[in-house]
Ligand binder design. Structure first.
Ligand code: MHO
Length: 233
C-alpha cells in the first residue's frame, strides 16, 4: 500500500498535449454540392491538406436560407485547404467520386450536383474535369458549375454532424459552437469517427492532433467499427 502511495506522490502529472483546434496557415476555399452535406463534411474533413470544413446553403438567390426553408439554394460543403498538400484537382476527383445520389439522377435543387468556383484557375480545372466526366456519363451528367456567391452557414446541429453524435467526446474536446466551423481537430474527427481516413492515417497524426490516450482509444474503436463502411446519410 505504502509503495503505491509513494509512487503516486512522485508521479508527474500526465503531459496534456494541446488539442489542435486552430491551424493558422494560408488556405484556399473550395465549395461543392454533392447531395446531403453530412457525409461530404466527413469525407473532406479527414482528407490530408483539408484544414477546416463547414456546411451550408449556397448557389441560389433567396435570402437567409435555412434547413426547413432552403429556397433555391443547394446543400454545400465549404472546405479550407492547404494547396501545398492537396490540390484542387485532388478535391475535384473526390467530388466526382462521392456523390450521395449519383451524377445523372434528376434531383431537387437541395441536392444538386454543383461546383462553385472561387477563382479563374478553379473554373478552368472544374470545366476540364466536367468535360471528361460528361463523356464518361454519355452526356447525362447533371452537374452545374457557377461562381461562388454568398455562403450561408447551416444551423449548428448540421456542422460536424457525425462528431456531434459523440456527446462525451465533444465535451472532453471543449467543442462549443464557436469551434464547430473553425476547428481542424473537429473536421478530422468528424471523418475518422465514421471510418474515413482509416486507422493507419489516424495513427500517423494522432500525436499532432493532441488527443489524450483515452480520447485516441475511443476514436480507434469507432474507426475499427466503421472503416470500409459506406457513408450513407
Ligand atoms: N437523408 C437525410 C438527409 C439529411 S441532409 C442534411 C435525412 O433523411 O434527413 O439533407
Amino acid at each position: 500500500m505504502l509503495k503505491y502511495f509513494r509512487n503516486f506522490a512522485t508521479m508527474k502529472p500526465p503531459v496534456q498535449a494541446t488539442l489542435l483546434h486552430d491551424v493558422d496557415i494560408p488556405t484556399k476555399k473550395a465549395t461543392f454540392g454533392m447531395g446531403c452535406f453530412w457525409s461530404n463534411d466527413s469525407l473532406f474533413g479527414a482528407t490530408p491538406g483539408v484544414i477546416r470544413t463547414r456546411v451550408g446553403y449556397s448557389g441560389g438567390t433567396t435570402k437567409n436560407p435555412h434547413y426547413r426553408g432552403i429556397g433555391d439554394h443547394t446543400e454545400v460543403i465549404e472546405v479550407d485547404y492547404d494547396p501545398k498538400t492537396v490540390t484542387y484537382e485532388d478535391l475535384l476527383d473526390m467530388f466526382w467520386a462521392n456523390h450521395e445520389y449519383g451524377l445523372t439522377t434528376k434531383l431537387k435543387r437541395q441536392y444538386q450536383s454543383l461546383i462553385l468556383y472561387h477563382d479563374e484557375e478553379q473554373r478552368q480545372l472544374a470545366e476540364t474535369s466536367y468535360k471528361d466526366m460528361q463523356i464518361r456519363c454519355d452526356g447525362q451528367l447533371r452537374t452545374e458549375i457557377a461562381p461562388a456567391g454568398i455562403f450561408y452557414a447551416a444551423e449548428d446541429y448540421h456542422q460536424k454532424y457525425r462528431l456531434q453524435g459523440h456527446k462525451d467526446l465533444c465535451r472532453s474536446l471543449g467543442l462549443d459552437s464557436s469551434k464547430l466551423q473553425s476547428s481542424h481537430l473537429a473536421a478530422r474527427l468528424n471523418g475518422y469517427l465514421v471510418g474515413v481516413g482509416g486507422i493507419t492515417q489516424f495513427e500517423k497524426e494522432v500525436a499532432r492532433l493532441g488527443l489524450t490516450e483515452k480520447q485516441a482509444e475511443y476514436v480507434r474503436r469507432e474507426i475499427e467499427r466503421n472503416e470500409g463502411g459506406g457513408l450513407a446519410c
